[in-house]
Design a protein around this ligand. Sequence first.
Ligand code: HEM
Length: 400
Amino acid sequence: MDELNLLLPEHRRDPYPLYRGLRAADPVHFHPSLQGWILTRHADVSAVLRDPRFSADRSKIRIEALRLPPVKEELREIAAALAQTMLFVDPPAHTRLRTLVSKAFTPRVVDEYRGRIEEIVDAILTRAAAAGQMDVIRDLASPLPVTVIAGILGVPAQDRAAFKRWSDDLAVLLDPFVPAVVFERAQLSALEMYRYLCGVFVERRRSPRDDLISRLVMAEERGDLLSETELFAVCALVLGGGHETTTNLIGNAVLTLLCHPDERRRLLEDPALLDTAVDEFLRYESPTQFTGRTATAEHMIDGKCIAAGDFVILGLGAANRDPDAFADPERLDLGRRDNRHLAFGAGIHACLGGRLACLEAKIALSALLQRFPAMRPQLDEPQWYPSFISRGLTTLPISL
Ligand code: HEM
């Protein structure tokens, strides 16, 4: 098999034939340039995500070139903090961080954001109605999650523009294949955000409010210590991990509806389908197409020997179209039952913000469909973002 170039325009437009081919011919495929094993079957991806012998820690990768790019002296501390976010650490460090942060994402806490999300969406759509058109990404899918997360953290409204810029840059820090130059820009943004947030930490320690930063700072004071850089890393992860992914869920869902008029009609006629519909959008066009793990022990999968220190690239988007896990996987079925998609990962690192992302998507989609049932795309070709990790659109102009 020739070496795969996951970034070719045809794969970005439609990666699924490539995944199908890999899954059928070589489901545990060694990729020479990425120096890692690409897994595309649901059962394998799910098993590795749940197996403690596969570490989330990238510094355990045997091949030097695959570790984090080098960093400038003044950015060392920030880079070290970001490498220690819960997404990239194993238990027991992971358990401690996750326990502290998960309190902010319980179903009860998340459901309290409903009213605020509805207000934001309503204001955005009222502006769009007056204009008769909108760019779903620029006007709705991108500002909504960053505004919600800034609110959860407790960042004052006047600082939200800077937050949005940092957030756009930070997302790449979670991408295991970023070029060094992009990585450096992201770190500079991280440094700016760090300096800003340190001021907020001091402020909240003095006078706590009802927000995530206050809760984290107080948790620190109840004896379970989070250092200043750890506090920052949590904020950066929540922002970096929750912004672009939710933008892509909403953008991909709107595009999918525009391309499937029968399913769109079905949802319009039966809004109760929204719950299963959002899971189906997550499965059908997963915002995060890949994640990675490092093998810590030798392991056989499908007759291939994965050595300790090997990098394993887990095809979430590919697993979500596996016919062994989903009936008729290439078909969009908004009423799909028993949808065990891996769009939010699985195991101990399974997404903490999934419920929040789904709530935002449900409110945004339901309001869009109710207010603009005749919305139409203004571009013939979807404009996909140039990444194979994230699947999302750069723009989605529609007329209302
Ligand atoms: C559609 C939107 C989202 C998608 C597709 C998504 C996807 C994922 C995936 C695949 C993972 C696991 C990665 C791995 O195991 O390597 C993850 C972890 C995580 N996500 Fe999300 N995410 C979304 C929204 C959010 C939101 C809104 C937040 C927070 C506000 C968030 C916070 C996190 C955190 C903190 C983790 C790390 C959990 C841990 O390491 O224990 N995510 N997400």
